[in-house]
Write a protein of this length. Structure first.
Length: 178
């Protein structure tokens, strides 16, 4: 009987549920910083210009080496396909697909742990806490002067993310000069 008295507390402790609540993913929906990178007609055989969008919420900064600091949200779209006459996304609607047609962008994909296409990063204390790959998504662009306004309707599985960017996009020309 004495053995049971000593063992019982350990058995009960092992059977009791652990109190490790899962923190909900916090995605900041308002993005205020952004960059558009222009790659030109990047893919052989595809007569479209390609740009990327890299957008951040207000509390994200970068250190002197370019590493993300702070907490917030990063939305990245690696391949947006534009007419050869455009170097930034023009006003209008863009849809997610893999055709490379004008006014389309690639869905989120994971290649051995390396995301590409359209994805959202949740950043907590300067570290990536969440990676959300998006597909079946769309966005609309409007402009007033130098200010770009983009409404995103991003889908990941059965979850919808409504993100919004408003600001002046920085521009980088990343064409390969041969």
């Amino acid at each position: 009987m004495k053995k049971w008295i000593y063992i019982l507390p350990f058995v009960l402790a092992a059977c009791s549920p652990k109190n490790n609540p899962v923190q909900p993913v916090t995605i900041v929906s308002e993005l205020t910083q952004g960059k558009v990178a222009f790659y030109g007609p990047y893919y052989k055989g595809l007569q479209q210009n390609v740009v990327s969008l890299d957008l951040y919420s207000k509390d994200i900064t970068f250190d002197s080496l370019g590493y993300i600091q702070g907490s917030g949200t990063n939305l990245y779209l690696s391949d947006i396909f534009l007419p050869l006459t455009d170097t930034v996304p023009a006003e209008g609607k863009y849809v997610c697909d893999t055709t490379g047609a004008e006014n389309t962008f690639l869905p989120g994909m994971d290649f051995d742990g390396n995301p590409t296409g359209t994805y959202i990063l949740g950043i907590e204390d300067s570290k990536i806490s969440t990676l959300i790959l998006c597909s079946d998504s769309a966005f609309s662009v409007t402009r007033t002067g130098d200010t770009t306004d983009i409404q995103f309707n991003l889908i990941s599985g059965k979850k919808q993310y409504l993100l919004h960017y408003r600001g002046v996009l920085q521009y980088e020309d990343r064409r390969q000069h041969l």
